[in-house]
Design a protein around this ligand. Structure first.
Ligand SMILES: Nc1nc2c(ncn2[C@@H]2O[C@H](COP(=O)(O)OP(=O)(O)OP(=O)(O)O)[C@@H](O)[C@H]2O)c(=O)[nH]1
Ligand SMILES: [Mg+2]
Length: 613
């Protein structure tokens, strides 16, 4: 069988999934009149809503149609850095890569990251300068940027001689020149067949594959996707699973073998070396274990999973409104759900917390954990979430404490550079480079602790009036940078249970921005808004006006209330301090103090002060 395996890699949003869509369409992978959503591969709800790919997925197309067609397995990878850890492993199961670069945005941090990995793997990528239809496209400049990038990353002469196409994935065309016919993707299909080598295989060796992508299916359980590196996979054959250190994880049978056809996975009886397949039936096997025939003695080489960099505590909702809005509220239910998530998500680690009825959930970033919380909330869970913490480590040779660092590229209009530099510096960022990036914009490059970026993105957008673009990339570990100053404002805290009323809120809004509006349920210890001063303030949001006479009551109309500041789940999580929590239910996101009772709060503050002293 003629076979090609390729991965599509790029910076976030440069158009990978859209291009795969068109490749599927134009190769006839969809039945006639089949209703297919745009970016069909981003199939889970949160992927669709947020417009980003979270989980890498494999698809396959036939080209050209007819008898001597070649099957091309295409792996669509996530571009967002929180989900980017898989890319390197995925590159290990393909023989070619399409590098997409947005013709306007050009080379960005994740482009650098994925191209570096592809070159190191010895792949000869095909470059696609994508979104050429954009009015601000600058395709020739971007072509030069890509060449410089390859050179800077130490590409060999053969890799530097990369083939390149101009394309608009959305319009569904790719051409070798800018004045081509702009009709379809034929040029890209042909280039893939010509340029990407077929897999090199050892059909006679015992069966072996590296589990590369893990997902969880309600019917099949754990599903592991990988390429058959050698031998032949047969349905129900006994297999042995080996950890990268050679220990046996389990023995079992592959009760389901799935091959990729268009958007679907179809059951097959066997699969030969070189093909990418999905396997079900194993209980413990995970990424990057080797699944192999019983006679296999050593695991295949594999890239370890990156350690998590960020953790949050997930607790039960023990506030006074707990249990009213959700259907899954017990710590047993939360435990089961979290451990199930860790089963199907290699980037998430769950452990019991020192606190009662709480769990530590560690992952790769705010977005990844935010997506998990949002998913659980939609499933009916109630939770309280604590402030995110970065996970530090000890440097083994120096004994020093180290923390995760990130490289940040911020493109901002010239007048806003001052405020951005000031804020990032205050968050312990080091300005590494500052240069004009065209159109009156300045590109700032920072090296900054991941910790300093928690909750910064929203501020960045405000400070640049929504015109700034910020990109970030994990840049390894660096020495602990010491304390980073937190929020400057205190909180306004409710000292009463009930419903907030207009009259009370009107007077409170002078003291800081409010997060609630009249009629919303409030309780003792709930955070109602920001206090302009640095300290916390207990206030009464349910106090009604004393009705002395009728005329005075009518005056309420003139008491205008500024609309409350609404925070998204992720903004709320980034906002809270160590002594605060975010209460998450299917219908609300509220902020509260960890200790609701004012006396308990004072006691714990005093304890914290004593400990600090
Ligand atoms: N102008 C223009 N926009 C495009 C093109 N291709 C994709 N887009 C838009 O760019 C956005 C991102 O597209 P996706 O296909 O989701 O990008 P992606 O690279 O898969 O994104 P991640 O998976 O999150 O990294 C969407 O709004 C698309 O409609 C194109 O050729 N031209
Ligand atoms: Mg995508």
């Amino acid at each position: 069988m003629n076979l090609r395996n390729i991965a599509i890699i790029a910076h976030v949003d440069h158009g990978k999934t859209t291009l795969v869509d068109q490749l599927l369409r134009q190769s006839g992978a969809f039945r006639e009149h089949q209703q297919v959503a745009e970016r069909a591969l981003d199939r889970n709800d949160l992927e669709r809503e947020r417009g980003i790919t979270i989980l890498a997925k494999c698809t396959s197309v036939l080209w050209p149609s007819g008898n001597d067609s070649t099957r091309i397995n295409i792996v669509d990878t996530p571009g967002h850095a929180d989900f980017g850890g898989e890319v390197e492993r995925i590159l290990n199961m393909v023989d070619g890569a399409l590098v997409l670069v947005d013709a306007a945005e050009g080379v960005l941090p994740q482009t650098k990251f994925v191209v570096g990995k592809a070159l190191a793997r010895g792949l000869h990528p095909i470059v696609v300068v994508n979104k050429v239809d954009r009015t601000d496209a600058r395709p020739d400049e971007v072509h030069t940027e890509i060449f410089d990038l390859f050179a800077a990353l130490g590409a060999t002469d053969a890799q530097l001689d990369f083939p390149m196409l101009y394309a608009s994935g959305r319009q569904g065309w790719a051409d070798a020149t800018l004045d081509g016919p702009r009709r379809d993707l034929t040029a890209l299909f042909e280039l893939i067949l010509r340029h990407v080598p077929p897999p090199t295989v050892a059909p006679e060796a015992p069966f072996a594959m590296v589990a590369t992508i893990l997902d969880y299916d309600n019917y099949l359980g754990r599903v592991l996707t990988g390429r058959v590196e050698q031998g032949r996979a047969r349905l129900n054959m006994p297999v042995k699973v080996l950890h990268t250190d050679g220990t046996v994880v389990e023995t079992g049978r592959m009760t389901k073998l799935l091959s990729f056809r268009g958007l679907d996975r179809v059951p097959v009886e066997e699969a030969e070396a070189g093909d990418i397949i999905a396997v079900a039936g194993l209980a413990d096997a995970t990424v990057p274990d080797t699944i192999g025939a019983p006679e296999l003695t050593a695991p295949l080489p594999a890239i370890p999973v990156d350690p998590p960099t960020l953790a949050m505590t997930f607790r039960i909702n023990d506030g006074p409104l707990g249990g009213r809005e959700g259907s899954k509220v017990t710590s047993r239910q939360i435990r089961e759900r979290l451990f199930r998530e860790a089963e199907g998500n290699v980037a998430i680690k769950v452990s019991e917390s020192n606190e009662t009825e709480a769990f530590e959930v560690a992952g790769r970033g705010e977005l990844q954990l935010g997506v998990l919380i949002e998913t659980m909330r939609r499933e009916g869970f109630e939770l309280t979430i604590g402030r995110p913490r970065v996970l530090t480590r000890r440097n083994e040779s120096t004994g020093e404490r180290e923390e995760p660092m990130e490289e940040v590229l911020a493109d901002v209009d010239e007048p806003y550079t001052g405020v951005v530099v000031e804020k990032l510096t205050r968050r312990k960022g080091e300005l590494r480079d500052m240069r004009p990036s065209g159109g009156g914009k300045v590109r700032l490059t920072f090296l900054i602790p991941s910790r300093g970026l928690i909750g910064y993105h929203g501020e960045f957008l405000t400070d640049t009036r929504g015109t700034g673009v910020m990109n970030r990339l994990f840049a390894g570990y660096g020495p602990w940078k010491g304390p980073i100053e937190g929020r400057r404002s205190g909180s306004m805290i409710s000292n009463a249970d009930g419903e907030a009323v207009h009259y009370a809120l009107f007077y409170l809004q002078e003291r800081g921005a409010l997060f609630v509006s009249p009629g919303e349920k409030v309780y003792v210890g709930m955070i109602l808004g920001e206090h302009n001063r640095g300290s916390d303030l207990d206030v009464n949001p349910i106090k009604e006006k004393k009705l002395t006479n009728i005329r005075a009551a009518g005056k309420d109309d003139a008491m205008l209330l500024t609309p409350p500041r609404r925070m998204s789940l992720e903004q709320a999580i980034a906002y809270v301090e160590d002594d605060e929590l975010v209460e998450v239910t299917p219908s609300a996101v509220r902020l509260r103090k960890r200790f609701l009772d004012p006396h308990a709060r004072k006691r714990s503050e005093r304890r914290a002060e004593r400990e600090a002293a």
